[in-house]
Design a protein around this ligand. Structure first.
Ligand code: TTP
Ligand code: MG
Length: 395
């Protein structure tokens, strides 16, 4: 069988607990439980790996968990915090490929070019560690089944590949519970027929298996041999990236408008590059005090991601449709998005073309979007402050 992609399963380790330990270093290395109140039949959401040594697991009543490890520290879940961190993680993953299926708050499948899986996994882990300081495990293989199992074998905080040729050695000795759809009930049912390991399943007669688990038998047989043709459920590709600003009071000064376009273009350029995207179409949006909206669009034969090019285009469009002041809102949107090249920020071509931009982008990535900018943006930020301008972006 030939495969077009390597499939990665990225799953953060003890996610909620790791965020708490990172946010409060005093909790590092300690057994901590994130869970509900033991007096109100609360259950464990997760616990640190230190707590897992005591047999504590998700869904266990918190009361029981505290009996298993009385010195464990119980913390309530801070969902808004975890959701925010989850978005930050997903943003990092999106830098590596647009082909992502987000499975849960801390887990996603990625499809990358065949042969690049392990290297991509290393780079992802490096980025997540460096930028978010969180432990992440990654399984690498050619399908969802094997990458998921590889990830569970990698845990905690590691990478593991499980290629099809290693199915016999690495998959067959495992308990059937590792296979998708084999929960405790099915496992018990199969155990009764002597099917305990994946190897037992692989050699169990198909017809007899059908009598036990019905139509699921065919899938189970495939899984037991390491085959899995489930596709990644990709989220809809992003259609546009836009930035706009509504002024608290109408603007009459065209120079301020130009400064703002400069800022919007820099923001858009950065967002495009950080997603490895280029845009073929640029649109300018203007709103006037009577709430009428004007948009003007232009397209290029070749997609762009350059701040200056976006700015030049936006100013040309503005000069074509600005009408008369005052203006109430101005925005730029980019569409016709194309994946330029994986990791465009770091590619040799981008570095040859413009040595400084990737460095600036990396600095912004590391220290935040306002960490570094051109002098003109500084002036604008000061002006923006004075004007109390608020901006909006689509995600
Ligand atoms: P998981 O990825 O299943 O677990 P985990 O990240 O805590 O540990 P690991 O992946 O290293 O085994 O779930 C992610 C988060 O989802 C977890 O940190 C807390 C939450 N969660 C619950 O709230 N209840 C649950 O029953 C489970 C399984 C997870
Ligand atoms: Mg996890």
């Amino acid at each position: 069988m030939s495969y077009s992609y390597d499939i990665l399963l990225c799953d953060l380790d003890a996610f909620f607990a790791s965020v708490e330990q990172r946010d409060n270093p005093k909790l590092k290395g300690k057994p901590i439980i994130i869970g509900g109140d033991p007096d109100y039949r609360g259950v464990v959401s997760t616990c640190s790996y230190e707590a897992r040594q005591y047999g504590i697991r998700a869904a266990l009543p918190t009361k029981k968990a505290l009996q298993l490890c009385p010195k464990a520290l119980l913390l309530p879940a801070r969902m808004p915090r975890y959701k925010k961190v989850s978005l930050q993680v997903m943003d990092i993953l999106e830098r590596f490929t647009p082909d992502i299926e987000r499975v849960s708050i801390d887990e996603a499948y990625l499809a990358v070019k065949r042969g690049t899986g392990l290297e991509t996994a290393r780079r992802i882990r490096f980025a997540v560690k460096k930028e978010l300081n969180l432990p992440l495990s990654i399984g690498v293989s050619v399908n969802k089944l094997l990458s998921k199992i590889a990830c569970s074998l990698a845990k905690p905080d590691n990478i593991k590949a499980l290629w099809p040729h290693a199915v016999e050695k690495s998959l067959w000795p495992l308990s059937i519970g590792v296979l998708p759809g084999v929960g405790p009930v099915t496992e018990k049912k199969l155990n009764k027929f002597g099917i305990k390991t994946v190897a037992d399943l692989a050699f169990f007669p198909g017809d007899a298996l059908k009598n036990i688990v019905g139509n699921y038998a065919a899938d189970l047989k495939e899984y037991s041999w390491g085959y899995d043709n489930r596709k990644l459920e990709l989220k809809h590709k992003q259609k546009s990236i836009s930035e706009e600003i509504t002024f608290p009071r109408d603007i009459y000064d065209q120079e301020i408008i130009m400064d703002i376009l400069f800022d919007l273009a820099a923001e858009l350029g950065y967002r495009l590059r950080s997603k490895g995207l280029r845009a073929r179409t640029i649109a300018l949006k203007l709103k006037f005090p009577d709430l009428t909206i004007k948009t003007k669009t232009t397209s290029f034969p070749e997609a762009i991601d350059d701040d200056e090019k976006i700015y030049d285009t936006a100013t040309t469009l503005f000069n074509h449709c600005c009408s008369k002041p005052p203006w109430r809102l101005i925005g730029i949107s980019t569409s016709g998005l194309q994946k330029w090249e994986q990791l465009a920020l770091f590619s040799a071509e981008s570095q040859k073309k413009d040595k400084i931009k990737p460095v600036l982008d990396l600095l912004r990535q590391k220290y935040g979007k306002n960490a570094i900018f051109k002098g003109r943006r500084l002036l604008l930020l000061l002006k923006k402050d004075a004007l109390m301008i608020s901006s909006k972006q689509n995600k």
